[in-house]
Design a binder for this molecule. Structure first.
Ligand code: SF4
Length: 346
C-alpha cells in the first residue's frame, strides 16, 4: 500500500484526557516458548503504555513478535509458553493473574480481533449465536434485550439489513462483512481496549479502507484504546497516533507517527521506510533490507539486527543495545543512533 502524502495531513484526532483507570502499562514483557528444538525467545523486554482513546501501531516483519505481544497481554499463549514482566490494566496485574480474572477481562474490558475471520468465527453457528455468547458472558441483558443489542451492534459496524442477517452463517458473508462481524463480537462486551491482530491484511484495499474508517469512528465514539498490529506502514500513517517498531522480538524504536515517519532513528526503521513508495515524492528507487530476520531459536549475540545492518560495529555484535527514552516521547535501541543522525548517514 502506498503512503498517504504525509501522516500530518490526516484529520486531527482528539485524544481526550486520560482516565488513569483505563491505562495499559506493559513493562519488560518477555515470553519464552519451550519447544522440542529449544527455547524460543518470542518477545523480550517489551515495554509501552497506551492511553484511553489512543491507537498504537505495532509494526515489523513476520516473526518479529507483534502477535505474540498481543496474545501475551491477555495470557492467550499456549501452555508451552511462559511470560514474565508486568502488564497492568486498570491497576490489575495480568501476568499470572487468576484465570477467573483473565476470563472476565478477555472479551469484556479487553477484546481481540484476528486476521482471518473465517478461522476465528465458528462456521456452524449463526452470527446471532456468536454475538449472543459474548453478550451472555459480559452483560446482564435478557434474551429480548440481547437480540436488540445484536442488531444494534451489526448496525454499528455497518452491516446492512441487520435484522435479516442475524441468522446467517459466516460463509454467507463476504470477507469484509465477516471482519465486521468479528468487530461486532469484540464490541459486544463494550471493551475499553481493542487488540487488533492484522485485521485488514486479508482484505482488498477498498474493504480495508472501510474497516479502518470504522475503527477510527468507533475509537472516537467509544473512546477506547486500540493496539493495531500490521506490517503495512501506510495503514500506520493513516490510523495510528503512535508507533512501535519490532524486530527479533524487541521494540527497537517508538514514538509519535509524525515523529518516527519524519526522522526514523533506527537503521531497521529507516529500511522499512525506504521500502515503500511515497506519494508526492520525486521517483527514487525503492530500498530493501538485505538478508532475512534471524531465527528466534538462535538469535545473534549483541544487537539482533547486526547481521543486516550496514552500520554494525564490534560493539553491536557484542552488546545488546538498551532501549533509550528520548525527548518528545521517542525511544530507540541502537548503540550508534546519535552518531548516525549527526552525520546524516541515515
Ligand atoms: Fe545497527 Fe549497531 Fe544500531 Fe544494531 S546497534 S541497529 S547493529 S548500528
Amino acid at each position: 500500500m502506498n503512503f498517504p502524502a504525509s501522516p500530518s495531513s490526516r484529520p486531527t484526532r482528539i485524544v481526550r484526557q486520560a482516565a488513569e483507570t483505563d491505562r495499559l502499562r506493559v513493562e519488560n514483557l518477555t515470553t519464552v516458548i519451550h519447544s522440542p528444538r529449544g527455547e524460543i525467545n518470542a518477545i523480550q523486554e517489551v515495554s509501552f503504555e497506551l492511553q484511553p482513546g489512543e491507537i498504537l501501531g505495532l509494526v515489523g516483519e513476520s516473526g518479529s513478535g507483534k502477535s505474540v505481544t498481543l496474545r501475551s497481554l491477555l495470557g492467550l499463549m499456549p501452555g508451552s509458553a511462559q511470560s514474565y514482566g508486568s502488564v497492568t490494566w486498570q491497576g490489575q496485574e495480568l501476568i499470572n493473574a487468576p484465570s477467573e480474572i483473565l476470563r472476565r477481562i478477555r472479551g469484556g474490558e479487553i477484546a481481540m480481533i484476528f486476521q482471518e475471520p473465517m478461522i476465528a468465527l465458528n462456521p456452524v453457528l449463526t452470527v446471532r449465536r456468536q454475538i449472543d455468547e459474548s453478550l451472555r458472558a459480559h452483560t446482564r441483558l435478557n434474551g429480548k434485550q440481547r437480540r436488540a443489542r445484536t442488531i444494534e451492534l451489526l448496525n454499528q459496524v455497518g452491516i446492512p439489513d441487520a435484522p435479516r442477517r442475524l441468522d446467517n452463517y459466516p460463509h454467507e458473508f463476504s470477507g469484509g462483512m465477516r471482519q465486521r462481524v468479528m468487530i461486532a463480537i469484540a464490541l459486544a462486551g463494550e471493551p475499553r481496549l481493542l487488540l487488533a491482530d492484522e485485521p485488514t491484511t486479508a482484505l482488498d484495499v477498498t474493504i480495508q479502507q472501510q474497516i479502518l474508517n470504522l475503527l477510527l469512528s468507533l475509537r472516537d465514539r467509544l473512546h477506547m484504546g486500540i493496539i493495531f498490529v500490521t506490517h503495512d506502514l501506510g495503514v500506520v500513517a493513516q490510523l495510528c497516533d503512535r508507533v512501535a517498531v519490532m524486530y527479533a522480538g524487541r521494540i527497537v524504536e517508538s514514538g509519535s507517527v509524525e515523529g518516527v515517519f519524519a526522522q526514523p532513528l533506527h537503521p531497521y526503521t529507516q529500511g522499512l521506510m525506504g521500502s515503500v513508495p511515497r506519494i508526492g515524492v520525486e521517483r527514487t528507487p525503492l530500498l530493501s533490507i538485505e538478508g532475512t530476520p534471524p531465527s528466534l531459536l538462535d538469535l545473534p549475540s549483541g544487537c539482533g539486527f547486526n547481521p543486516r545492518c550496514a552500520y554494525a560495529t564490534e560493539r553491536c555484535r557484542r552488546e545488546t543495545p538498551t532501549f533509550l527514552s528520548l525527548a518528545d516521547d521517542r525511544g530507540v535501541a541502537c548503540h550508534h543512533f546519535q552518531h548516525l543522525v549527526n552525520t546524516r548517514s541515515l
